[in-house]
Design a binder for this molecule. Structure first.
Ligand code: SAH
Ligand code: SF4
Ligand code: F3S
Length: 435
């Protein structure tokens, strides 16, 4: 059997695209996955373009793969950098055999046999989101509900790499989830750049269905026990959606509310469409409707023109919301974005100092939150066997748990008591309710 080495960078959508690519390949000819480049017949680098660093790393990585790969092995570059740079990738690195954009996954089997094929258009049709089945973890499934993005946040390259937003037909989504449930998935993750904008851009006639209605429909699927989704946009977090989030027992009580900046004037420059006050109000609403929910966020520091006062607003939102999880980045100017042209770029030392301060304070907050977990009980869905007789899983609110156990636990949801806390994960013991 041929061997495939696939490296996946970037967000959950790229992880799902990699699964789709494996499914596409397998429909033509079965491939076995390998973690060793030197034995692969096909090497795929599924790239991310959201910040500059991973893009420059791509070319050094291609150089390394060139040294170690089998002479006959093909190299494909896929994902958002493929969409963004297109044929330039082959010009710069002719060793690359094909380039396949993030919106072109379904064309993989057509480019694979053509030397120097490039497929990067960001148009779409209904056939391009129906794929064969493949998932990395048998106990949970990722399901795309929309592609692309209809926003134009001034720092972000994603609309240029993933194209216009389109909502996938509801029946297709429900059908895909039913199939995943029938083959062992109790948990699904609904994916899109703005999931709670779902239903605005159907490409064909279908009944109206917004994100809240989609959640209701999906939650009626028998055998499905847990629903997660990422990423929702704060602008679309109306009361109807938050009430459904809080009251639907199948929806996991973990929500990503990407802040980006706590300063209303920077948010305006970013074209995020909400203010500091709206953001805090939405988080308060989540805490009020659903006190057990955890809130995660993304923050960019050093956006052009960000003053000390603007940054103080970001720190203030951190204090007020006390995010359970934070993904924070230094602003990285990207081609094809408006903010890259702004003249008031922030010096690197200032952005670095702000990032350090933000992360240090957040670490203190997380330590307080995690230490307070001692002796608490959670329902944990076990999905991975670990070395040394341990099994891992996630609580409903997204915390990573480890317990002693065997593969018998896999695919089960059990009550677990926290016996040891740390910053990134919790050790627990089973309370043996259902076992
Ligand atoms: N659709 C999602 C974001 C997808 S990009 C949303 O609106 O929240 C993932 C994250 O990368 C963003 O939330 C942002 O924090 C970060 N990001 C995007 N562009 C960036 C840039 N130019 N520099 C630094 N971080 C960036
Ligand atoms: Fe990028 Fe903004 Fe779209 Fe998110 S909503 S993908 S940050 S443009
Ligand atoms: Fe990166 Fe593309 Fe996702 S740029 S964050 S892989 S949408």
């Amino acid at each position: 059997m041929k061997k495939l080495y696939i490296e996946t960078l970037g967000c959950a959508m790229n992880v799902r695209d990699s699964e789709h690519m494996i499914a596409e390949l397998n429909q033509k000819e079965p491939y076995e996955l390998t973690e060793r480049v030197e034995e692969a017949d096909l090497i795929i680098i599924n790239t991310c373009s959201v910040r500059e660093k991973p893009v420059s790393k791509l070319f050094s990585e291609i150089g390394i793969f060139r040294k170690y790969k089998k002479a006959s092995a093909k190299i494909g570059v896929t994902g958002c950098t493929a969409s963004h740079l297109g044929r330039d990738i082959i010009k710069r690195a002719p060793i690359v055999d094909f380039v396949l954009g993030a919106r072109n996954v379904s064309k993989l089997s057509t480019v694979i046999d053509k030397r120097h094929a490039v497929e990067v258009d960001i148009d779409h049709d209904d056939s391009s989101y129906a794929f064969g089945e493949y998932r990395t973890n048998p106990f949970k499934a990722m399901v795309n509900i929309s592609m692309g993005c209809d926003k134009s946040c001034t720092y972000c390259i994603v609309p240029a790499t993933r194209g216009d937003e389109i909502s996938i037909p509801t029946d297709l989504i429900v059908g895909e989830i039913k199939k995943a449930v029938a083959t062992g998935a109790k948990e699904i993750m609904l994916l899109g750049q703005n999931v709670n904008n779902y239903g605005k851009y159907f490409s064909s006639d279908q009944e109206k269905c917004n994100f809240t209605e989609l959640l209701k429909r999906v939650s009626r699927i028998n055998g499905l026990e847990r629903i997660r989704f990422t990423s929702p946009h704060p602008f679309h977090m109306g009361d109807e959606f938050l009430t459904e989030f809080a009251s639907n027992p199948k929806i996991c009580k973990q929500i990503h509310v990407p802040l980006q900046s706590g300063s209303t004037s920077i948010l305006k420059e970013m074209k995020r469409g909400y203010s500091k006050e709206w953001f805090i109000n939405r988080c308060q609403k989540i805490r009020e409707l659903c006190p057990e929910a955890t809130i995660s966020t993304d923050i960019i520091v050093g956006f052009p023109g960000e003053s000390d006062k603007d940054f103080a607003d970001t720190m203030d939102v951190l204090e007020q919301v006390r995010f359970e999880q934070l993904f924070s980045f230094k602003y990285s100017p990207r081609p094809l974005t408006a903010a890259a042209e702004y003249s008031n770029q922030i010096p690197n030392e200032i952005a670095s100092a702000r990032l350090t301060k933000l992360q240090a304070r957040h670490t203190e907050i997380v330590d307080e939150i995690m230490n307070a977990q001692m002796d608490r009980e959670h329902m944990v869905y076990f999905d991975e066997l670990k070395p040394n007789g341990r099994v891992s899983g996630r609580s409903d609110d997204g915390k990573l748990f480890f317990v002693k156990g065997s593969e018998d636990l896999l695919g089960k949801i059990e009550r677990v008591k926290v016996i040891k806390t740390s910053r990134g994960a919790l050790d627990g013991e089973l309370l043996m309710v259902n076992v």
